[in-house]
Design a protein around this ligand. Sequence first.
Ligand code: EPZ
Length: 478
Amino acid sequence: MKQRRALRKPINDDSVERVAPKRPYVLVTDAGHENPPFKRLDQPTGFLMDRISIRGGKILNGSIQISGAKNAALPLMIASLLTAKTLILRNVPRLADVNLLLRILRNHGVDMMVEGKRAKQDESVGETIHLSARSIVDTTAPYELVSRMRASFWVLGPLLARCSEAKVSLPGGCAIGTRPVDLHLMALEQLGANIEIEGGYVVARAPKGLRGNRIVFPKVSVGATHNALMASTLARGETIIENAAREPEISDVAECLNKMGARVSGIGSSTLQIQGVEELGGADHMVLADRIETGTYAMAAAITGGDVLLKGARADHLDAMLLALRQAGVKVEADGSGLRISRNGNRLYPINIETLPYPGFPTDLQAQLMALMTMADGVSTIRETIFENRFMHVQELARLGADIALAGDTAHVRGVDKLMGAQVMATDLRASVSLVIAGLAAEGETVLHRVYHLDRGFETLEAKLQACGASVERLTAG
Ligand code: EPZ
């Protein structure tokens, strides 16, 4: 039976323990930025923040375990709102964004348990989290939480589908463009929701429940596809989503939903068909490997002329990026255990790419590729077609000596013989890691400020790079 609005607090069952977050975070003011950092409670708060120091020039050699994908883990966690049963997620990366989403879900009444370490457990494998939304105690997602992470807006569809109403603050997120939510709202309206904007909140109601429909997206949107997909699993009848995003993270969520009893077909294609069901059950699901983290370390290995095995990486999710690396003269070998990236002494060739929805070249790897191309032998052209403001790394790369000219949505990157270490500022998650990549190749010391951006999306970045010989160190604030 679909739940309306449960006023009771949820009762824990035996298998699920409600726990305090393992690493509690509090807000640290960061004036002028919409996605403020989180600080461990056991560390001093204030305006001082961690920095990362990189002494460039070390060639990366060794292996790196690829973590679970942040952009799959977040919607998978949100999918727990669709069922009263327990959803077990394995290989969840230890990230600030994951911790924040746990807080948001707890606010809706989700009980959670993080499995403790097991004997002989591989340290590099992510956490196993049990999520039980036995009853939803609050259908409001407040501004204070949603404004810090855009993906938390995706609770809208599942809450609406399960409780027939939801009130969710308009989102924040990395400052990489205007990032509207019109497509999310259009999709939910197509499913029968009545939507109003009140005081910065989206208020969605479907008193008679959602009903299946044909949703045609005029533009490909990852988040709107997630929202429509999750909501339609509990809608009456059939939903067809056309021009759906095809990112592997969407397929991962769809497969998990099917394990929970949903009836989604067309997974991996741009047309998803969903037969609504009355209710969903629990499931046990392993988060897929992070293709963006894979691509990031591939660029890091390539810029230093190293040889690194990316364990657990999925080459089949990275065709466009691997083609670009090969064109740049980087050796790429895929085998059962992952991907080996090497560039022993080969020169780097310039390349021309544009970012596109999957399976095109990912916008989330644009900044990292640009860092690599700063040292290519010639002029590369990089066009950003997804977000209009995703070139904030350009001026920071220039501080390291990169030669980049911007013309609208296109960056012309003229390779230089060497980069020189400098103080640089992280502006968003992927931009900040591009500065780490450049810093690995730069002469002398690079100090990256505002590293909380990195902590949102890269699990144990310093340790992974250090294990391959990089000289990378966190300078802790206070
Ligand atoms: C997801 O963001 C990712 N986030 C982003 O990763 C990624 O860059 C992006 O997809 C594109 O691949 C997560 O998965 C958590 P979109 P999302 O909706 O869903 C426009 C990272 O670094 N649009 O696919 O917010 C929008 O402005 C992050 O991990 C509308 O016009 O992106 C953009 O131009 C950053 N109306 C384009 O669509 C809408 O209602 C694609 O955005 C929604 C989107």
